[in-house]
Design a protein around this ligand. Structure first.
Ligand code: HEC
Ligand code: HEC
Ligand code: HEC
Ligand code: HEC
Length: 223
């Protein structure tokens, strides 16, 4: 379990929360809390759009990566939902959040409840995911699929893997950059770059496959 916190209050709060969680759940569900738990409180984040003003090249490069856009609200998409809905076990009208669009896609309703199915594009079939039944997207999936998540309030800054997922909270930097340097993974954080990637692409799930061919440079490599 990865817990990082800059200030002690946030750390204490996170610890209490994790302890509560451990007491009330089994080992299998705990692993879903891995990933990036906010390093700081939600007010310390600004969201990726705010970085574009000064880092246009990085912003464009990131926008072209699948990581930046694969979770979205249904209201923000135009056109049809992907997948074969003629034999779907899900009520199409209840879809509120869409997750994925290359290999598989999963859905949640307006109360953030996951539907216990995913659609597999290549196999063209709906696959049952029993463990997702009645689970809250914000608790089960958002640790890796949102930025700045606070597990107790269930609030987050934005969907997907944003600039601040890897560089840490950036509000202060965006407002007064001279006094507030950002963390650069593998360069100024005292860790190898894969340390940051593995918070989400961890070895225990097949997510690690995606980083196997990583060249060591994140920006400017297109996809
Ligand atoms: C008002 C302009 C501005 C905004 C907004 C801004 N930055 Fe910066 N940032 C700079 C400047 C200037 C530098 C130093 C020169 C450079 O590396 O481009 C810098 C440097 C950096 C660095 C290198 C480390 C450092 O701090 O020197 C990172 C990483 C970074 N910014 C990330 C971000 C992220 C992520 C965001 C959005 C949360 C962001 N920046 C928003 C102006 C800005
Ligand atoms: C906050 C969690 C998180 C972090 C940190 C993270 N990733 Fe990802 N990554 C994801 C998610 C979610 C996806 C999107 C799903 C997809 O593309 O299938 C993804 C997708 C990818 C992909 C497939 C890209 C594509 O366009 O299809 C690669 C390659 C990748 N990540 C590499 C990295 C590397 C390298 C790092 C570290 C520098 C990193 N990731 C850090 C969560 C993360
Ligand atoms: C430990 C971090 C983590 C958690 C928690 C997590 N994911 Fe992911 N997920 C990833 C990463 C990393 C990727 C991208 C790399 C990959 O596809 O292996 C990804 C990819 C996906 C994809 C994309 C498949 C595609 O390429 O089209 C879907 C759909 C998905 N996740 C759904 C979920 C759902 C639903 C939950 C909650 C039940 C969840 N994830 C929880 C890290 C996580
Ligand atoms: C998946 C992790 C990840 C994400 C997401 C990410 N970066 Fe980076 N960033 C890195 C890494 C790793 C480096 C070190 C150089 C490299 O690998 O390209 C870096 C380097 C930088 C630098 C240059 C620092 C220097 O040494 O001069 C800036 C500026 C920057 N990123 C801004 C951004 C902005 C703005 C966004 C969002 C639009 C963003 N990054 C999204 C991982 C990430």
């Amino acid at each position: 379990m990865i817990v990082k916190a800059r200030n002690n209050t946030a750390f204490a709060a996170t610890t209490v929360l994790l302890l509560l969680f451990i007491n009330t759940s089994n080992a299998a569900t705990q692993s879903h809390y891995e990933g990036i738990i906010a390093e700081s409180s939600i007010e310390d984040y600004v969201g990726s759009k705010a970085c574009a003003e000064c880092h246009q090249d990085k912003y464009e490069d990131w926008s072209g990566k699948h990581m930046s856009d694969f979770v979205r609200y249904r209201r923000d998409i135009s056109g049809q939902l992907q997948g074969n809905w003629s034999n779907s076990p899900i009520d199409k009208d209840e879809v509120f959040i869409i997750m994925g669009d290359k290999k598989k896609v999963a859905f949640a309703d307006k109360n953030w409840r996951l539907f216990p199915y995913q659609y597999h594009f290549k196999k063209r079939e709906w696959q049952k995911r029993k463990k997702w039944a009645n689970q809250d997207y914000r608790l089960r999936c958002a640790p890796c699929h949102t930025v700045g998540l606070n597990l107790s309030t269930k609030q987050f800054v934005e969907f997907n893997v944003g600039c601040e997922s890897c560089h840490g909270p950036g509000r202060k930097h965006a407002e007064a950059r001279e006094q507030n340097k950002m963390k650069v993974p593998g360069v100024t954080d005292g860790q190898k770059v894969l340390f940051t990637c593995r918070k989400c692409h961890n070895d225990k799930r097949n997510h690690a496959r995606a980083i196997k061919k990583f060249s060591g440079i994140f920006h400017g490599k297109g996809k």
